[in-house]
Design a protein around this ligand. Sequence first.
Ligand SMILES: Cc1cc2nc3c(=O)[nH]c(=O)nc-3n(C[C@H](O)[C@H](O)[C@H](O)COP(=O)(O)OP(=O)(O)OC[C@H]3O[C@@H](n4cnc5c(N)ncnc54)[C@H](O)[C@@H]3O)c2cc1C
Length: 338
Amino acid sequence: MATMIADLTTMRLGGPAAEFAKAASTDELITAIRDADAAGQPVLVVGGGSNLVVGDDGFDGLVVQVATPGLRIDGDHVVADAGVEWDDLVVATLDAGLAGLEPLSGIPGSVGGTPVQNVGAYGTLTSDFLETVSVYDRVSGAVEVWGPDRCGFGSHRQSTFKHTRRYVVLSVSFRLAEGHSSLPIAYDALAQRLGVAANSTAKTSDVRAAVLALRGERGMLLDEADHDTWSVGSFFINPVLSEVPAQAAACPQYPDPNGVKLSAAWLIHRAGFAPGYGRDRDNGTVALSSKHALAVTNRGGATTADVMRFAAHIRDGVEAAFGVRLGPECDLVNCAFG
Ligand SMILES: Cc1cc2nc3c(=O)[nH]c(=O)nc-3n(C[C@H](O)[C@H](O)[C@H](O)COP(=O)(O)OP(=O)(O)OC[C@H]3O[C@@H](n4cnc5c(N)ncnc54)[C@H](O)[C@@H]3O)c2cc1C
């Protein structure tokens, strides 16, 4: 029976994979992709499926799930295969007395998925600690080791790996700080939760606990029983604009190398879409999370087509109110909202 992509993704969406492989070693991963490329078969690489929405017709090619498990810690240096669960890596580093990744606790997905959009939370980015990425180049057939300068990090949630399927992340290495004391906590809500002054430090285990508590309250920790977490986290990306329309002047704004970054959550909420919006619309299978306006959620029984219609509705409402057109943060495969 065909593998349903819905079973591989946190939004539980996506039709059948024409072919499916689970790669348990880096050699298996490269071989599966190389063979598919030689046969002219499309390839979709899937890690934890937590930033991916696939169409109801599925994927007419090879879907390869990365399940490579290697994790090595040597002093302050950590190397993890792409298939390692991100949060397992965070826990392993904290247990080993290494600091740095604690604000990124509880983020779903694989290590290989994190450089793709330079995953970040609570004032910390993957790129703050990333030392190298081992990459398989599907065009040249070479395996290369890249430093952060080649990864195209900079603008919000962007990288050389995003919007192309050319590069497959095989493993990632990080250089962390030794000790059980966190790095200075720049994010106000986290500092407040910990009861410390902004830019002071705390025990890494306390930071992890505070982050998990905050994430849980926002529906940003996976929980099978809670439909608010049947999402891709932030569905819409914070827009980066060279010029902010006058209607959006009140929106929180942050500097970005490509202009000014606006808060998509603020725009959505102020355009009239409060958390929970959508439960009584259409067939009610898609709604904003009741805990966070930026998460589009599957309430059970949603199709990808339902989600695309709902996303277009939110995008259009925000554009009408503020003159800002929102786009997806997640990867949309064989689906679009216009
Ligand atoms: C509840 C929830 C909370 C979230 N919170 C955050 C957050 O706080 N911050 C944040 O930044 N993100 C967040 N996300 C988004 C998501 O967790 C991250 O983007 C994560 O890194 C995606 O990893 P993944 O393995 O699940 O990728 P997938 O969803 O499997 O894939 C996403 C994209 O990456 C590609 N990809 C995956 N693995 C590889 C690889 N090895 N090589 C090349 N390409 C690959 C896929 O082809 C696809 O294009 C959240 C998601 C959810 C569901």
